[in-house]
Design a protein around this ligand. Sequence first.
Ligand code: PLP
Length: 361
Amino acid sequence: MTLRPYNFSAGPAVMPTEVLEQAQAELLDWRGTGMSVMEMSHRGKEFTQIAEEAESDLRELLNIPANYRVMFLQGGASSQFAMIPLNLLRGKTQADYCNTGIWSQKAIAEAQRYCSVNVVTDSTANKFTSIADPSTWQLNPNAAYVHYIANETINGLELHTPPQVGDVPLISDMSSTILSRPIDVNQFAAIYAGAQKNIGPAGLSVVIVREDLLGNPLSFTPTMFNYKVMADEKSMYNTPPTYTWYLAGLVFKWLKKQGGLTAIAETNQRKATALYKAIDDSDFYNNAIELRYRSWMNVPFTLADANLEKTFLAEAAQAGLLTLAGHRTVGGLRASIYNAMPESGVKALIDFMQAFAKRYG
Ligand code: PLP
């Protein structure tokens, strides 16, 4: 396998090298067809096979029950901020939203175009370092659904277990946590995720919706934003992002080879635990998130002397540790350690951080 630098980008994020190598080997001629997957008709038998295999592998990995529809859609997770209320208000006018970070705020702002939003918990006052216990959330019994961002990618704040919200449908943006561990899909009315972290390249979103909720969109819902149309057309109402879908399928096969989600969860937990320990053991680094909400996937941290950030980034890049800057809206540093980041990458980062702290601390 080709050795590459370790890339800690939050998304688009590192892909498994084996997947890229397989795509490279198949680039010009997919399995003797003489065609690149990029060049195939999305309705031809070759791509149909690729698309169906990707869905069935994803269903197997996440153990998705038969009464859930799976869609592979364009528009990124940001389009889902609109598609959720457009499709899932189902005649109601109110929805519950959690405000746990920057992506929550975007989801809320979009939903407010279509319904009255009740914010059930708000982490603004603690600067998105913690979340009030879900048992204290002010749920509205008339809400069409409860929406939360499972992992706030920018803030590094993660709700590790789904909140209990009674009979109200629960909807989660899992963009930066999906496939990092097993989940019980039955607890959700809908789950969605942009691809560019644990699924594949940008340009695709995966949406999983319980099928009894489909078919009652707001009257002005654009056809391309209509879940029922997209589900009935098997995500091929129009030309889907075929190559991205194919690469996502390769990632699903790679994940199965790693032992599936239980195995990858163990690795992810070890990676996160080691990195947070290195931060906590040092006076030089800090992570402000309340322990039980620390993200397994995105680890933001600061240096005791913020003036050293540029030097840290430059020296890290020289050491083959890329894309460690925090999000432009919050600054600081951030290591994203998605599924494709091997434990050796986290170890290399920890070694570098310890050596850097010795040099400059
Ligand atoms: N939700 C979360 C949790 C994200 O991390 C992101 C992007 O990083 C988005 C939504 C927006 O995704 P997209 O850029 O695919 O629209």
